[in-house]
Design a protein around this ligand. Structure first.
Ligand SMILES: O=C[C@H](O)COP(=O)(O)O
Length: 252
């Protein structure tokens, strides 16, 4: 059976408990959109209250430490995410790679830690504008996949890949549908090379300035199985419009 479109909100460092009202509204809408799978990755502080407040949507982390516990001041481990109510975590977001110096090897270790804790993982990859201009976008992304994706028995079913061109994040700029299709086909080929036939079932999300106006077109590109949404996931109105574009009907 084909996967349902997967629409994931990444709230980044946004939101206090007041924003849980939006999560509840998103949850109510998602409950009516049976054809679409919906999740939110809020800041760590909201994982537990959000998990308690919603029934339909998945709740996840935005990162985790490579170790399950220890003297790592300020960090959060995968077992802690699981204990707080998360079912998945994002790893390797370009903001972590750039601002926290996370290499592919670190992302791979974090993905392994998440899987070991019983979490699914969304692994982010994407090229910078300079890399795209230099004609290196596909080679950069394929190298990131090769270095960041965990392998092993039954792992592919727990992995989602998010392709996020760095230059499209938070900028209002998006690649052409042809460019998204070409990159997602290249990612699919790499997934099949890594996971064999299981690689055909891994969902590949597009992320970067997705909004209600462009979602339907971006989601129509080849091998796009959903979206990882930043800014437009912060209100129920804009996020549910993307859920509708993905094929869900959220009306009462
Ligand atoms: O994880 C989400 C992405 O970084 C996209 O963010 P954005 O939708 O605000 O461009």
């Amino acid at each position: 059976m084909a996967n349902r479109p997967y629409i994931v909100g990444n709230w980044k460092m946004n939101g206090t408990r007041a924003l849980l009202a939006e999560a509840r509204a998103i949850d109510r809408g998602a409950a009516r959109a049976a054809g679409v799978r919906v999740a939110i990755a809020p800041p760590f502080t909201l994982i537990n209250p959000m998990a308690d407040a919603v029934q339909e949507i998945g709740v996840g982390g935005q990162d985790c430490h490579v170790q399950p516990s220890g003297a790592y001041t300020g960090d959060i481990s995968a077992p802690m995410l699981k204990d707080a109510g998360a079912s998945f975590t994002i790893v390797g977001h370009s903001e972590r790679r750039a601002m926290h110096g996370e290499s592919d090897a670190v992302v791979l270790a974090k993905a392994g830690a998440a899987l070991a804790a019983g979490l699914d993982v969304i692994i982010c990859v994407g090229e910078t504008e300079a890399e795209r201009d230099a004609g290196q976008a596909e080679s950069v992304v394929c190298a990131q996949l090769q270095g960041s994706l965990p392998t092993g028995e039954d792992v592919a079913a727990k992995v989602t890949v998010a392709y996020e061109p760095v230059w499209a994040i938070g900028t209002g700029r998006v690649p052409s549908v042809d460019d998204v299709s070409a990159m997602h086909r290249a990612i699919r080929d790499r997934l099949v090379a890594i996971y064999g036939e299981d690689g055909a079932g891994v969902q590949i999300l597009y992320g970067g300035s997705v909004n209600a106006g462009n979602a339907a077109e971006l989601l129509s590109a080849d091998e796009v199985g959903g979206a990882l949404v930043g800014g437009a996931s912060l209100t129920a109105e804009s996020f549910l419009a993307i859920v509708v574009a993905a094929g869900g009907s959220v009306s009462e």
